[in-house]
Design a protein around this ligand. Structure first.
Ligand SMILES: Cc1cc2nc3c(=O)[nH]c(=O)nc-3n(C[C@H](O)[C@H](O)[C@H](O)COP(=O)(O)OP(=O)(O)OC[C@H]3O[C@@H](n4cnc5c(N)ncnc54)[C@H](O)[C@@H]3O)c2cc1C
Length: 397
């Protein structure tokens, strides 16, 4: 049997393993340096909602369908909490841009409003624009929100959060059932290449010959790809979370609230717990140098905006905090599949990996097993970036 090795046992590696082993006549080994699902996946806010650009929305549709199947069939602990999502602006320009989002074409006049283009392209999902002063009249779920500075917002009811480790485990269980071998405490030290083609991997010092490698190493994708000469057009952002606990149970759990201008978001997890998160600057971080203490300035900013919009949080205590690394791609779409090295594929997200991992597994497995580039090829392929090509390798050829 041909051998495929997957680097990384996060949700992406687990989904790719599930899809490959379920569909294929190949052996699949997942090498995870630490414990399965213990890195970015376990740190995630794990929000799921059909917002983003057209490619992401299509990928999320596949994910929703697969997660529905898992919910129905599994007797393990899985959960999805519907919260709704409020995307708010405190400027007139931002509010004007948001009010035009249900037009599929991005409104040029909204350029410069600070609203990311992908937020102006919400497609095919129920979404309502709520003007200044209307929020509390239209929603009974925002008693704790101080909306006095909010100039306008979008409300999407069809948004909630998953339990990311549970979802990841579901992929692992299913992949194991189809024969995938998961190896924990197994560090890939080197990807071995001969000319432009993969020969194998060194894992904990031992060479393993393989027919193909899929790199699903989360924030480590950038150095991994670089080690075989691929400069991945991807970046990182710090993704901090403050888990806050209010002294008395809230009567209503706050929806996902995102403030465009500050980049700070707040989401109620249950009637005592709220996550406060933020989007940081893009760059490249060494994940081993990131500890779980949020940089002071960023932490202060998160608390300032969270308590400004949700004064109830002034009474709350920080029960826990952590920092993860979000991967980023300049056009907001993940890089998925074949690369210029024969036998080497990649799963690099622009964040949203909990939502997009199912589709990533689908795409990569179809490419490797059948040589089927898939309908999203043009949008997700690394070849959309200048200077990148690919070899359309497959076990079928
Ligand atoms: C705070 C935060 C909030 C987020 N919120 C959301 C959200 O709301 N919705 C959403 O969809 N996404 C969200 N994301 C993003 C999402 O969590 C990630 O995109 C997703 O978890 C990435 O999964 P992964 O499997 O690619 O990476 P990881 O989970 O990081 O897995 C990669 C694995 O590779 C392993 N590895 C690396 N190098 C090696 C090596 N040399 N040898 C062996 N193993 C190796 C690592 O140990 C790791 O376990 C958030 C992320 C963060 C940090």
């Amino acid at each position: 049997m041909p051998k495929i090795a997957i680097i990384g046992g996060g949700i992406a590696g687990a989904s790719i393993a599930y899809h490959l082993s379920k569909r294929g006549s190949c052996s699949v080994d997942v090498y995870e340096r630490g414990e399965l699902l213990s890195e970015t996946t376990s740190r995630s806010a794990a929000v799921f909602g059909h917002y983003g650009n057209a490619t992401e929305v299509k990928m999320k549709r596949y994910g929703a369908e697969l997660y529905n199947k898992f919910f129905l069939e599994s007797d393990r602990e899985l959960s999805f909490n519907l919260t709704g999502r409020l995307l708010c602006s405190t400027t007139k320009e931002g509010a004007d841009a948001l009010s035009g989002t249900d037009d599929v074409d991005a409104d040029e006049s909204s350029a410069g409003s600070g609203v990311p283009e992908k937020e102006r392209l919400i497609l095919d999902d129920p979404v309502t624009y709520i003007a200044r002063g209307e929020l509390k009249k239209r929603m009974a779920t925002v008693p704790y929100l101080d909306d006095s500075e909010i100039m306008g917002c979008l409300y999407q009811p069809n948004v909630g959060f998953l339990e990311p480790i549970g979802m990841g485990r579901e992929f692992v269980y299913r992949a194991k059932k189809h024969g995938t071998q998961f190896h924990e405490s197994s560090e890939v030290n080197e990807i071995v290449k001969n000319g432009g083609e993969i020969e194998g991997l060194t894992v904990n010092g031992d060479f393993k010959e393989v027919d193909g490698v899929v790199c699903a190493a989360g924030p480590w994708n950038i150095p991994m790809a670089r080690s075989i000469g691929i400069e991945l057009p991807a970046t990182h952002t710090l993704a901090p979370i403050l888990m806050m606990e209010v002294p008395n149970p809230m009567k209503v759990v706050p929806p996902l609230f995102q403030n465009i201008e500050s980049g700070v978001y707040v989401i109620g997890r249950d009637n005592k717990t709220v996550y406060v998160g933020s989007y940081g600057d893009r760059g490249e971080y060494d994940p081993r140098e990131i500890n779980d203490k949020i940089p002071v300035e960023l932490r202060e900013k998160m608390l300032k905006f969270a308590t400004k919009f949700f004064p109830i949080l002034k009474e709350a205590k920080v029960a826990k905090e952590w920092v993860g690394i979000r991967s980023g791609v300049s056009d907001g779409v993940p890089i998925v599949g074949w690369t210029e090295v024969k036998g080497f594929s990649i799963a690099a997200f622009d964040s949203s990996g909990i939502q997009l991992s199912p589709a990533v597994g689908d795409i990569i497995s179809k490419q490797i097993l059948y040589g089927d580039q898939t309908e999203l090829y043009e949008n997700v392929s690394i070849t959309r970036f200048e200077g990148h090509t690919d070899t359309k390798w497959s076990l079928n050829k």
